[in-house]
Design a protein around this ligand. Structure first.
Ligand code: ZN
Length: 264
């Protein structure tokens, strides 16, 4: 199998100023129609998510609450995320995240390969399936969330600052396979812009519909969500044309947004 490294970055703008039309337009231009939809196989749920032991209790509870927020958003038709206790912290060596353990990590030393202005990164290891077909998608095999405590501080108590819950909810959306939603910060937690004053701790209707549509859950309204084959059977009827990829979703603090794809 031909292997390649595909790095795809979508950034959540994090300036103190409200987004201008220019930045919204820049975000829209980075929307990737070339990016096939991504999803976990149904058998992967509930995802056993561990939280690094270097988070404080308040931070740990905040992170766990956001997993529950996604589960609750679909009335537990599917339990997407299950709190699975603690795990040891990891270093800034990105290679050390290639394991079978889905973790939320607090990095006091941010990897040099990642932009220093990234607030957080969700790194997804997946397999591109049905390449070149209209049915192309990325099967998610593994994912982690890395939060940049090297360059930023996060709050959990609604005080001024980057709201940890808001960022974790957004990143867990990526973890579940959601891409950015360009509607507005009031309509989607996946909107690619955030400010220090934003508290977005519950998925909105658009997010819920996108998630329901992706995983074939009932009650989803018609939307522009990514359409995926819902059944495991559909996922099993694949072509041999596939390759392994890594996707990185970044929340940025410097108001820029970049999309890059690296092959090797
Ligand atoms: Zn994002």
């Amino acid at each position: 199998m031909k292997k390649l490294l595909l790095t795809f970055t979508l950034m959540l703008l994090a300036s103190c100023e409200p987004p201008t039309q220019a930045t919204i337009k820049a975000s829209s231009s980075a929307a990737s129609s070339a990016m096939a939809p991504s999803k976990w196989p149904a058998s992967a749920f509930p995802l056993k998510v561990k939280v690094s032991t270097d988070f404080s209790d308040d931070e740990k509870f905040a992170i766990q609450d956001m997993g529950d927020a996604w589960n609750d958003s679909v009335n537990y038709q599917e339990t997407f995320i299950d709190d699975d206790g603690d795990t040891a912290p990891k270093s800034n060596n990105l290679n050390s995240y290639v394991d079978s353990l889905i973790g939320v990590y607090k990095l006091s030393s941010w990897p040099s390969e990642l932009p220093q202005t990234a607030l957080a990164v969700t790194q997804i290891y997946g397999t591109r399936k049905n390449i070149g077909r209209s049915s192309e998608y990325i099967r998610i095999d593994h994912a982690d969330i890395l939060i940049n405590y090297d360059n930023f501080d996060f709050t959990t108590d609604y005080s001024w600052g980057y709201d940890l819950q808001t960022i974790v909810l957004h990143e867990m959306g990526h973890l579940l396979g959601l891409y950015h939603d360009k509607s507005s910060v009031n309509e989607s937690v996946m909107f690619p812009t955030i400010t220090r004053s934003v508290n977005n701790r519950y998925p909105h209707t658009r997010d819920i519909n996108n998630l329901k549509s992706k995983y074939g859950l009932s009650g989803s309204a018609t939307s522009n969500a990514f359409r995926m084959p819902a059944s495991t059977k559909a996922l099993d009827t694949e072509s041999d044309n596939e390759e392994e990829v890594i996707i990185q979703f970044e929340i940025m603090a410097d108001g820029t947004e970049v999309k890059k794809i690296i092959k090797r």
